[in-house]
Design a protein around this ligand. Sequence first.
Ligand SMILES: *Cc1c(COP(=O)(O)O)cnc(C)c1O
Length: 225
Amino acid sequence: MASFASRLAEIQATIGRHAEKAARDPAEVRIVAVTKTFPVERIREAIAAGHHRFGENRVQEALPKMAELSGDECEWHLIGHLQTNKARMVEDFSMIQSIDSVRVVDALAARMHRPLDVLIEVNVGEEPQKTGASPAEIEPIVRALQSNPALRLKGLMTIAPLTNNPEAARPFFHSLRLLRDESRQRFGVELPELSMGMTDDYPAAVEEGATLLRLGRALFGPRSL
Ligand SMILES: *Cc1c(COP(=O)(O)O)cnc(C)c1O
């Protein structure tokens, strides 16, 4: 089995090629290693390879791992839907990438005792079964965040519709970037981060402006579930 370090090196080379194609600095593209379903030993292997930025999509799964690795100076991102009754449990995350309603903003604002970076998750494809705010719902969420300065809006996140054609994701990444540019103008916010691109579609995301890639299988191999 390939090691985390060798997979990471290969991914970094791929990022480099696609960043160059888009005339971007590859240093603008950071990797969030998605550790859901993977045990703490695999995360330790990543830390040993020098990687410290991780993502989990469920609070209940993340907290025990975070506790076990609390001596390791890791940065944890919540990338899955946050239920409002879990809002008080996210104090130790560095970033919540999955803000998708005013209700979640209000629940977090009522419970956070320190500043927290957040992204708005946008369902760009407007797929009915999927989490994420519709593009039209961005405005009320931005307004709610603007009245709660402890929640620091850093940008937008999306999950492209699942297909087996990596290029099919590109228009959704492009749309997220346009939404970001438009929101920046309309709301007078900076929005530097674009979290988009997963194992099957990250090269297109790099070309379309991603600053955060969320990679699970590319780094850890197949999930056995
Ligand atoms: C699981 C997950 C990922 C990573 O998926 P891979 O296909 O393994 O890279 C990225 N983003 C979210 C929101 C996820 O739930």
